[in-house]
Ligand binder design. Sequence first.
Ligand code: COA
Length: 331
Amino acid sequence: MVDIEQFNPRNEAALRAWWEVGHAATAHRPGAPWPVWEQSRVSLPAVNPEGEVTLLAAIDGREMVGAGLLMRPLRDNLHTATVDVYVRPDRTREGIGGRLVAELEVVAAGDGRTTLHGEAFLPPGASGTGPEAFATALGYEVASRESIRELTLADYLARRGALTDEVAAAGAYRVVTFDTVCPDAYAESFGRLLGMLLDEIPLGELDLRASEWTVERIRDAEQRQLGIGRHVLTALAIAEDGSVAGSSDVRVNDTDTTRGQVGITLVDPAHRGHRLGLALKLATHDLALATYAGIGTVDTSNAEVNTWMNAVNEALGYRTIETLLELQKKL
Ligand SMILES: CC(C)(COP(=O)(O)OP(=O)(O)OC[C@H]1O[C@@H](n2cnc3c(N)ncnc32)[C@H](O)[C@@H]1OP(=O)(O)O)[C@@H](O)C(=O)NCCC(=O)NCCS
């Protein structure tokens, strides 16, 4: 008899068992699909001004065999929630995953959330896999296809010299870099750019809406990152009038400085066509290498239809390691 129970992320023994389930369920995937324990231990119980986490456990006797996570955004897209489930590989096809999703949907609906999102990871270009069949069985549709790409920093260094010549067109812009905390002089203008994000990135059928980024919201999000030991190494392109024309970042956790993840990359439509995307990515990757000499890889994900961003990533040396399906269900 398997019970589905909610537990407090501050219950460290339960959190560790939950982490072990996710670790086992993702162990077959390439790259670093699951955070190291120290990261989950710190970040899941910490207050997050951007989103509220609910954790579920599927428990059989004294063992945790399934793990669920619901993330409810708190600052925008209040009609949505994100559902994640993991089942221990020796306990799949017993209905545990389906029960976890059903319970997460009850919690989401109870909070007025009407659009649910999820993710399924497949080998590049694959179709008809277990996670897809699972999603379909539970009524989730594919809203967008993305590629997960990984860059080996040795490959980056081999290409970097040739790429710096290409960014000459970005010369009219100044590039400013910082670790996590945006300088006051740019915070308001950076917020204006962030507010464009969801209107500007290809979302496929995903029901997500753009939202306002006040300086206060930026500062709150920065404090959260500092609190969980995550460094958001950011580059901003500054136009001649002092406004922020573009931004990109690479995130590195104190708990594993051998890996980075690209966060947000965005160039204001009014400033496109000057190779700013490439210039900003060179700046963040250089900063990551200068800060963490032992960094070996950086991951990123982009919609397959985002040809412009994909071309930049290919030029940098990124290679596709997985296909990511963005899933959606309207309740
Ligand atoms: C995907 C996952 C959560 C499924 O968990 P599960 O406990 O096996 O799921 P259920 O037993 O509740 O399956 C419900 C239905 O989904 C479908 N399904 C699930 N896994 C399937 C598979 N490997 N192949 C085909 N259909 C599958 C079936 O229709 C199944 O019903 P059935 O067994 O009566 O035919 C689990 O395999 C897992 O943890 N995978 C790794 C992490 C992951 O991919 N998470 C979810 C992404 S959407």
